[in-house]
Design a binder for this molecule. Structure first.
Ligand code: ATP
Length: 432
């Protein structure tokens, strides 16, 4: 069964994954804060991405560009002129909607008549420096990609990468969305994980296909249910102005199939435009062919927040357990906020001392939770609900046999492990 959004919103608040922003002031529409568990989860999503697309590859490097960029960047990229959504107002209730998200031609809230659609630019504007005039306008970036394109020469000269190679970056982007919603799915401030993979023109379609397969597999490898993931090709009239082809990886969210990641063939559009607007030479010298050309670029562009939401929804399970219901987040071990929980069976001194010592040792390697409150059953439940893959209990027997019990979240099976071997045992279990 599909997990409802309400269940995830409520679990997120109850356990500290995601809170409404500025809640004590009544909240700010569509803005969310990642709590103690959420920040670990989202960081793990980003880390799993960086590991696969940078660390494990010899043809990829990272970048962390500034959010504020020269205003000319957004003229060159086409965002000033064309980064718009069609906006309609209801003549009766005055609500606003994105025209391309409406099904009929009436207001979905009150059935009233709608105005003609007009184009609304999604970029957030602000002013740089103390003077608030047109000359000081800067934009909060609506995508991280442009930070990569404008650094193409810098990265090339400093790394001497040969085509094909890619630059990957994670960072915040901002879009003044007309209709944000569905929890963290569509917000005005969000984080993207973007790759620009530069290739020789003519080889672009082959690399486009490779990246589609690779990125699809990434979600499956991290535990997303196969039946809830699909690939959708953009129709010609849906393609962005710069794209030759685009595929979306979609997840079956509670509101239906929706985009998780887009993988576009952006051709040489961006590099050529930046060369034109900046007056700088931006190209690649192919030593083998002894020629200069402008590379094509394949862009896998994912949302860290949307990904995190999909992983949460997909991991959520309610299972019958005796007379009760066990809520368990079956998060992949790479993503789980805490990898291990240390649970001494009693608060008595000799047990606590041993438990604390184990905790300190394991904290060197992983995020570890420690809980010595209440009945052990309740403590297991709590760890299940936040997705902790392993619980380690220390009992009075442990003082004698120098061993602990390790419980597996998914199978609930328990194994007795000598304390001296615990770290090694967990290393093997948690490797991915
Ligand atoms: P949509 O059609 O949903 O508005 P898009 O096609 O404009 O999305 P892209 O420009 O392709 O999105 O952005 C790449 C990725 O960035 C998306 O797949 C998504 O994961 C993420 N993203 C884009 N806009 C938002 C947003 N408003 N909130 C959260 N994530 C977003």
């Amino acid at each position: 069964a599909t997990t409802t959004m309400d269940k995830i919103v409520s679990l997120s608040k109850r356990r500290g994954f995601i809170f409404q922003s500025s809640e004590i002031y009544g909240g700010l529409n569509s803005c969310w804060d990642y709590g103690p568990l959420g920040v670990e989860l989202k960081n793990n999503v980003k880390q799993a991405w960086r590991r696969k697309v940078i660390q494990e590859r010899d043809d990829m490097v990272g970048l962390d560009a500034s959010i504020l960029m020269h205003p000319r960047v957004w003229e060159a990229s086409g965002h000033v002129a064309g980064f718009t959504d069609p906006l309609v107002d209801c003549k009766v209730c005055k609500q606003r909607f994105r025209a391309d998200h409406l099904e009929g031609d009436k207001c979905p809230a009150c059935g009233g008549e709608l105005t003609e659609a007009r184009q609304f630019n999604l970029m957030f504007k602000t002013f740089m420096g103390p003077v608030e005039d047109n000359a000081a306008v800067v934009y909060l970036r609506p995508e991280t990609a442009q930070g990569i394109f404008v650094n193409f020469n810098n990265v090339q000269t400093t790394t001497r990468m040969k085509l094909p190679f890619g630059i990957a970056q994670v960072g915040k982007s901002f879009r003044n969305e007309i209709t944000p919603g569905n929890f963290t799915f569509r917000t005005r401030e969000f984080e993207q994980m973007e790759i620009e993979y530069f290739v020789k023109p003519g080889t672009d379609e082959q690399y486009h296909k490779e990246w589609i397969d690779r990125r699809f597999q990434w979600y499956l490898d991290l535990g997303i249910t196969k039946e809830r993931l699909r690939l959708r090709e953009h129709a010609a009239d849906e393609l962005a102005h710069y794209a030759k082809g685009c595929f979306d990886i979609e997840y079956y969210f509670p509101m239906g199939w929706s985009e998780l990641e887009g993988i576009a063939n952006r051709t040489d559009f961006d590099l050529k435009r930046h060369a034109e607007y900046s007056g700088q030479r931006i190209d690649y010298f192919d030593q083998e062919a002894n020629e200069h050309y402008v590379p094509y670029v394949i862009e896998p562009s994912a949302g860290a927040d949307r990904g995190t939401l999909a992983f949460l929804l997909d991991a959520y399970h309610e299972e019958p357990d005796k007379d009760e219901v066990r809520v368990v987040l079956k998060l992949h071990r790479a993503l789980a906020p805490y990898k291990v929980a240390i649970l001494p069976l009693s608060k008595k001194e000799p047990l606590v001392a041993v438990a604390k010592e184990i905790e300190q040792e394991l904290r060197k390697y992983w995020m570890v939770d420690y809980d010595d409150s209440k009945a052990i059953g309740r403590r297991y439940r709590r760890q299940d609900e936040i997705g902790t893959p392993y619980c380690v209990t220390i009992d009075f027997q442990s003082l004698e046999d120098k061993a602990v019990t390790v419980r597996d979240r998914d199978t609930m099976e328990q194994e007795r492990i000598p304390m001296a071997e615990l770290s090694k045992y967990l290393w093997e279990k948690l490797a991915w």
